[in-house]
Design a protein around this ligand. Structure first.
Ligand code: SF4
Ligand code: SF4
Length: 261
């Protein structure tokens, strides 16, 4: 996203070590957990499932709204956060899934965006127009120190790998030009609904490995299908051959037959 667009949305670019003053104040009662848009990645969905003691498919059905992104790859948004208090917001203003809260909720007011070359851009955005957390004398942080304190160590590699996948699908495979709902649904299942395909294939994997295989399967499915539509490195395949190759490669990836991350 260009700097002008970030500025229009109220974001301020932040160098990794530029100090900013911020402290979430206790008397605010979760103002920023009302009427907010919380974007989820597959790690968030799996972590919410573990925290709530339900399956990833139930999290998707109960708590996630999928909307089409500009490049065709779906955006997964926390459903309840869109039109009122988040379903997980407690009467006392605390988060009911605090230990399993999504990445966006952990990093606010700092956000990060992945560059095409793999670099990271940071930005600062007030969590809510009436957020009382930015005040003179509030403790100083930097984007780097804030992220280090947000419990992102396990999440960041998955968040970045997922973002890279979505970008590559949209930009390298021209996804928006040819994706059918059926293909979108299947790719989303591989990436987000890791419990569903494991049950289908009688697999019981640790979440990080399941998330990795899900991403690999989505790419393995989409690359030859894109090729059949004239996009990406496998351009020139016949449609039937591309679809058959995609299904076979995806299945192999889910079963662990493909080792690239
Ligand atoms: S609006 Fe600001 S002060 Fe209030 S809960 Fe959110 S981050 Fe904290
Ligand atoms: S998941 Fe928790 S932190 Fe995030 S919006 Fe909902 S109540 Fe707030």
């Amino acid at each position: 996203m260009a700097d002008t667009e970030l500025n229009r949305l109220g974001y301020r670019a932040l160098a990794a070590d530029t100090p900013f003053a911020f402290e979430c104040v206790q008397h605010c009662w979760g103002t920023c957990c009302r009427n907010v848009h919380v974007r989820l990645d597959p790690f968030d969905v799996a972590d919410l499932a573990r925290g709530l003691g339900i399956r990833t498919g139930e999290v998707l059905a109960r708590h996630v709204t999928l909307t089409a992104g500009a490049g065709g790859w779906p955006l997964a948004m926390l459903t309840e956060a869109a039109g009122g208090p988040c379903a997980f917001l407690q009467p006392d203003g605390r988060c009911g899934v605090y230990a399993h809260r999504p990445t966006v909720c952990r990093t606010a007011p700092v956000g990060r965006a992945l560059e095409r070359d793999g670099g990271v851009r940071w930005f600062f955005a007030k969590p809510h127009p009436s957020c009382a957390g930015c005040f003179a004398g509030a403790p100083e942080h930097t984007a780097r120190s804030w992220e280090a304190g947000s419990g992102l160590d396990a999440r960041s590699p998955h968040a970045e790998a997922y973002e890279r996948l979505a970008k590559a699908v949209e930009e390298d495979l021209g996804f928006a030009a040819w994706a059918s709902q059926q293909i979108v649904n299947l790719a989303v299942t591989y990436v987000f609904d890791i419990d569903a395909w494991q049950a289908e294939l009688s697999l019981v994997l640790a979440d990080p490995e399941a998330l990795r295989r899900g991403r690999e399967a989505a790419w393995s499915l989409l690359e030859p299908v894109a090729g059949a539509f004239g996009f990406g490195p496998q351009r020139g395949l016949e449609l039937d051959a591309g679809i058959a190759a995609g299904y076979a490669a995806a299945l192999e990836a889910l079963r662990g037959g493909v080792t690239s991350a």
